[in-house]
Design a protein around this ligand. Structure first.
Ligand code: AMP
Length: 229
């Protein structure tokens, strides 16, 4: 169980397994998963103005402007269900976003507790992104070989066709990795200086990584597993 107001950031390249770990951690530790990628994809699906603007950037693998994303995250963190523990997945992605987040948390007498950095090779990231398939209904992620659905190409839960995200196409994937290196990698030193950064091995399987993260939480007394209370 995490203390109220607990905040954890998942940092790493696209394809590092942040979304998969966030789903597992959310369940095990009763946290709220706040994924800016999911929020933006929902805005696109709704046809909102934010969604229309975001889509142009996302299709090219570029970052959506800080102002749009930061406002959405701050609004989300202000909702009642975000008062317990929260996992931020895919945010912050730039130094300006990290500073805005610090400022907003500070204004609410809060601060980040830990930043998990998923150190991941380009080969692993590309293999995962190119094989990723998604259910547009429930949002669950699969992988053609690493996490296959029971029936090929069909969501286990919703029984509808899985799709490949537009930004998981090879050219866009390449650009997303470049964008990560140019904009997001800088955050590693930002959080290291604040002694918040903990490195984990993003090349491991989902189960191995989940177990290592649990061991790290225990060693540092960050949060405990609800099922063991
Ligand atoms: P993700 O699902 O985290 O891989 O995000 C998919 C896309 O959404 C990214 O390639 C960006 O275009 C956009 N996006 C998600 N989070 C952010 C963010 N924090 N800042 C800017 N753009 C973002």
């Amino acid at each position: 169980m995490a203390r109220d107001g607990f905040k954890m950031v998942l940092l790493g390249p696209p394809g590092a397994g942040k979304g998969t770990q966030a789903a597992m951690l959310t369940k095990a530790y009763n946290l709220l998963h706040v994924s800016t990628g999911d929020m933006l994809r929902a805005a696109i699906k709704d046809g909102s103005d934010v969604g229309k603007e975001a889509q142009n950037y996302m299709n090219k693998g570029e970052l959506v402007p800080d102002s749009i994303v930061t406002q959405a995250v701050i609004e989300r963190l202000g909702k009642p269900d975000a008062s317990g523990g929260v996992i931020l997945d895919g945010y912050p992605r730039t130094r300006a976003q990290a500073e805005s987040l610090d400022e907003s948390l500070k204004n609410n007498n809060n601060a980040l507790d830990v930043v998990l950095y998923f150190k991941t090779s380009d080969e692993t990231a590309i293999q995962r992104l190119s094989g990723r398939r998604v259910c547009t209904e429930c949002g669950k992620n699969y992988h053609v070989s690493n996490i296959p659905p029971q029936k090929e190409g069909i969501c286990d839960t919703c029984q509808i066709d899985l799709i490949q995200r537009d930004d998981d196409q090879p050219e866009t994937v390449k650009n997303r990795l470049v964008v990560y290196k140019n904009s997001t990698k800088d955050l590693i030193s930002y959080y290291k200086e604040k002694s918040l950064l903990r490195e984990v091995d993003g090349n491991l399987s989902a189960e191995e990584l989940f177990s290592n993260i649990g061991a790290l939480f225990n060693a540092e007394g960050l949060i405990s597993d609800d099922s063991k209370e």
